[in-house]
Design a protein around this ligand. Sequence first.
Ligand SMILES: NC(=O)c1ccc[n+]([C@@H]2O[C@H](COP(=O)([O-])OP(=O)(O)OC[C@H]3O[C@@H](n4cnc5c(N)ncnc54)[C@H](OP(=O)(O)O)[C@@H]3O)[C@@H](O)[C@H]2O)c1
Length: 314
Amino acid sequence: MRAAFASSFNDADPLAGLTVGEAPAPVPGDGWAVVDVRASALNHHDLWSLRGVGLRPEQLPMILGCDAAGIGPDGAEVVVYPVVFTPSGEVSILSEFYQGTVAEQVTVPAYNLVPKPAELTFAEVACLPTAWLTAYRMLTTKGRVEPDQAVLVQGAGGGVATAAILLAQALGARVYATSRDASKRERVAALGATALDSGARLPERVDVIIETVGEATFDHSMKCAKHGARIVVSGATSGHLPKVNLRRMFALQLEILGTSMGTPEELSALMTLLANTGVRPVIDSIIPFSEARTAFEKLHSGDVFGKIVLDHTT
Ligand SMILES: NC(=O)c1ccc[n+]([C@@H]2O[C@H](COP(=O)([O-])OP(=O)(O)OC[C@H]3O[C@@H](n4cnc5c(N)ncnc54)[C@H](OP(=O)(O)O)[C@@H]3O)[C@@H](O)[C@H]2O)c1
């Protein structure tokens, strides 16, 4: 079957190790199901994989991709929940231990198939299992956001960030979002949030901060937090060792909360929220599978606003 996979690692030039070509079709184990993928979506995680983060050379070739939606074994339309336990009981995301989703087919435990709501397209639901699920859990389970509270989203162009902007608004919050890029700030404003340059002073302190940028923005996140605020961290794109002002942390009783992905139940709740509110993922582009390399190049360029989706029917 055709697939996009990491055939080697290259930290400086991650795309050097990307191969788009033929890979063996998956053989499902007991209790596992094969999904015919209709759409997949890319994540920053795929670039980490091509750099060798979280993978060992003996695992190569590894099909990339955490996100997919398609047709399950009984013909049902499904979304693939990407978190799978390894035989030794460790948590892994597809493409870390088991083969990923940027392929004609993917196999996962049957438990990982979540019904796709009819209101959402394959391209839309393919955006959800990693970035949108992470953003949903950051705001709800971890951030405990309430209507009329204020939320700051750092690095607004990213997949998690654009998801957080729209979901926070759907949950009734006032949203501020920072970006280094003026054109991204315009697009953030069009989504209904107050767009600010990275590091800019906010008109008010906020209740919840969505952090995926890390070192470059963390001090600003601390300064924007009001008493009792939750700074929720799911990524550190710019570096993972920021200085933390502990005096501010205890004086303002701030909570710094780490989180990864979410549960299948949270994925279902997220899809219900989208179906009921009409909110839809921001899709940067839908690219035919036959041009998969272009999609990875776009992700790597950083010139992205929202999710890059691969259409597996073309
Ligand atoms: N733990 C989890 O479950 C989980 C799930 C999904 C993602 N993640 C992680 O979360 C992070 C975000 O992933 P993503 O796929 O949404 O998008 P991404 O490609 O990492 O983009 C994130 C945004 O970060 C900002 N950024 C990058 N470098 C920066 C810098 N030096 N200074 C300031 N801002 C910078 C950019 O915003 P602007 O250009 O707008 O400034 C960019 O749009 C990644 O590190 C990823 O690994 C974790």
